[in-house]
Structure formats: C-alpha cells, structure tokens
Ligand binder design. Structure first.
Ligand SMILES: *Cc1c(COP(=O)(O)O)cnc(C)c1O
Length: 416
C-alpha cells in the first residue's frame, strides 16, 4: 500500500523538523488546529453544550485548550472527573458515564460530577453511596435504545440500560430517597462520516427524550453522545458539521415545547483534537536482507500503535475491507506515513520500528521516497486515540515526548 497520494494534511512542518533535532520520537499537538475545530462546532451548534471525551487525549495542554473553548468533560473514569474538577468545572460540566463503575468510582464521582448510571444495579449502588454521604444526587441514565444509527431495532450491548427496562423500573427508582433521575445519555458509535446518519439518530433521540421525560417526570439534560468522525484518507469525506448543526437547531426548536427544561450536550473527542496531532519518528537504521530493503524507525508500535494494528489484521485477513473496531482499528487506510524528505528518488521498502519484536510493522514492500538514517517521518491525524492506546512500556524504551505548539509559536514539553 502507498499512503502518499492521500489527502493533504495540516501540520506545522517547520516546527516538526526543528523539534526532530532534539527528539527521536514525539507527538506534536497544535493549539491553532484544536481552536479551529472547536470553534467550528460552537458556530454550527449554538445553544448546545459540548463535552470533551478526555479518554482520547488527556495531555494537559490539550485538555486545557479544549476546556478554554468552553467545553465540559465527558469523563470515562474517576481520574477524568478529577481533571474536570481541577479545571474548575462544576458538576453540570463533568458528566461521568462509564460501564462497570466501582463503588470507589461512584463515591468519588458523586461530589464532583453528574453520574450517569450504566445498569439497573448501578442505579441501586449510586443510591447506596448517596445515602452514605447524606445527599440527594441528580443523575442520568445511559440508555441502550431500541434503535441504532441504521436500524429501528436495538442490539445487545455492554453499555446502557434497555429502554424497556427503564420504563419498567422507573416507578421503583422514583422511590429511592437519595437519587433523582433527571437526565438521559446515549452513545452508539464513533467515527461516523455521514451527517445524514447522525441526523436520523438525533431525530430518534429527540423522540425518545419525550417519552423518557414522561417516565422521569422531568428531563434536565439529554447527552446525545458522540459520533462525528474525521477523514483519514482521500476517500473519507470530512464530516459536515454545518448540516448536522442545522438539523440540531431545527429539532431543538421543534421539541422546545415538549422538552422545555432540557439542556443538550454533545460529546466529542476525535473531532476536537484528532486532526491536531502528528506523530513523528526518525529513521534509525536501514538494511538489505535477502534482497529486501528494510527501513527502521524509532518507536512505532510502542509510540504510535495504529500502523501495527493495521499490519496485524492484514497479516491474518489479507488485503481488503475489514470492519472498524474503534478506537484501536479504524480501517485499512486509517493512517498515513509521510517521509519529510526532499529527494525525488524512490525505493520499495518495508518499514518497521526498532522493538525486539517483528510486530511493530508499519508498511510492507511499499513504494516510498528514498529515506536515509536521520530522516524524519510523520504520521498525521494522531491527536486522538494515539498516544493513549500505544504500549509505551514495551521493552522499557524511551517514551515519545508529547509537545504542544501554542498559537503564539512557542512549544511546551510537559512530562506526561
Ligand atoms: C469514547 C467516547 C466518546 C468519544 O468518541 P469520539 O469518537 O472520540 O468522539 C464519546 N462518548 C462516549 C460515551 C465514549 O465512550
């Protein structure tokens, strides 16, 4: 496969080459791009509160930048709730929705976040923890609805509580003295590129919200979840946030009377920061073995795992479409490798990392610009689900640096 012909990418080439003099492997996150992405969302979705899905990239400067844009926190763990609290956010701006919360998670989350129960048993556990603390907590429920993005029937899932079970249980849940169920959350799928698909899903969610409001007695918030994807290759069309924003406005107006007190949240991790990150590695060795050219890069699997996931699946399944398995596998064209070299010469090479395993494969027998030891190679779209899913402890190799390019041109290197 050759990834060179794919879509042009935004990144600060000059800054990357400068930093590559000091670091063999690093991430560069760009404030200007995060601001642009988040501004786009705020413009297209007036009246909606955005939550940043911290799990995609909790790097402190990235988090600060997104929160400075007025985003709240979509917390997937107690630690992420604490990040929101430390940033000064109130409970209404830290929504803690995760499956399988422990009692420690619930006890810790109660004071600093809005908890979203992920199962019927968890509703009872939250009641127990709230009673211990002598408080009445307003909470939400994560629903596993009777629809998907593309079908009018539901599917079994480890996430959420079946619609019917909520209707059947509300009578007894309303009697629980230390909780009040006031909100609804759903999140079905990430990396969707069709605004039409998400429009249909939002329409279903608004309809569901009306019947949930009847069941709850009130509906203070609806968290529509995530879904907006980013393009990874030429055939991926950028997500049309303007179209989805317009439909959201229309729905909010249409349902204003039926959902008068409801605040709407939308979550996103990757749309805010995915395109703002670049992974950078250096060529550390070259060899010819049994007639094959090998180029070895610094920290691939253990710095940026995405190419190894693609290589592993191709190793077993051959070339061809394989369904996404987000966030660790987006598709066979879900990464690009771009050597920052001036030469017009080309070479067929197999590109790997420098770990003591053959599984840190990046590309096999690819036609590439000729690379030499010391050259810099970049992987764009590395702002989300990149550093966080890479096994950086492998072989006790140095961890890639994570750098933040401020809009004013300064570079911050926070040890993380
Ligand atoms: C991971 C996650 C998200 C973020 O998905 P993106 O594709 O990064 O926007 C949103 N909501 C929930 C509940 C999640 O688990």
């Amino acid at each position: 496969m050759n990834f060179m012909k794919e879509r042009t990418v935004t990144m600060n080439r000059e800054c990357i080459l400068e930093q590559a003099k000091q670091h063999d492997s690093f991430y560069l996150y760009e404030e200007a791009i995060i601001r642009k992405n988040t501004e786009q969302l705020k413009t297209d979705f007036p009246g909606v509160t955005f939550l940043y899905s911290v799990k995609c990239n909790p790097y402190p400067e990235v988090l600060r930048c997104v929160l400075n844009q007025g985003f709240g926190v979509d917390a997937a763990s107690l630690a992420e709730c604490v990040m929101g609290q430390k940033a000064g956010l109130g409970k209404d701006m830290v929504i803690f929705s995760a499956p399988g919360k422990t009692m420690a998670d619930i006890r810790g989350g109660l004071g600093i976040s809005t908890l979203v129960a992920d199962s019927a048993a968890e509703v009872e556990r939250i009641q127990e923890a709230a009673a211990e603390q002598g408080i009445v907590a307003e909470i939400g429920l994560r629903v596993n609805p009777d629809f998907t993005y593309t079908a009018d029937t539901g599917v079994a899932s480890k996430f959420g509580i079946d619609e019917q079970l909520i209707y059947d249980s509300m009578k007894s849940w309303k009697k629980l003295p230390n909780i009040r169920i006031v909100g609804l959350h759903a999140h079905l799928k990430s990396q969707e590129l069709s605004a039409e698909t998400l429009k249909g899903y939002y329409r279903n969610m608004f309809r569901l919200s009306v019947s949930m409001r009847e069941a709850f007695g009130t509906l203070k918030f609806v968290n529509l979840g995530s879904g907006m994807g980013i393009p990874f290759c030429e055939t991926d069309k950028p997500f049309d946030t303007t179209a989805l924003g317009a439909e959201t406005q229309r729905l909010m107006a249409e349902f204003q009377e039926k959902l008068p007190e409801t605040r709407f949240y939308i979550e996103t991790g990757r749309y805010a920061v995915g395109t703002a990150g670049t992974y950078v590695a250096k060529v550390v060795d070259k060899k010819v073995t049994h007639g094959k050219n090998f180029v070895l890069l610094s920290a691939t699997l253990n710095g940026f795992a995405r190419p190894s996931m693609v290589a592993m699946l191709e190793h077993f399944m051959g070339n061809g479409p394989i369904a996404a398995w987000e966030p660790i596998y987006t598709g066979d064209h879900s990464f690009q490798m771009i050597p920052l070299v001036e030469t017009a010469e080309r070479e067929t090479v197999t590109v790997t990392g420098n770990l003591c395993t053959g599984t840190d494969l990046v590309l096999s027998d690819a036609d590439m610009p000729k690379m030499e030891v010391g050259d810099t190679v970049v992987f764009p779209n590395a702002g989300s689900y990149a550093a966080v899913i890479s096994p950086m402890q492998f072989a006790s190799q140095p961890k890639p640096a994570q750098l933040f390019l401020r809009a004013d041109g300064t570079v911050v290197n926070t040890d993380f």
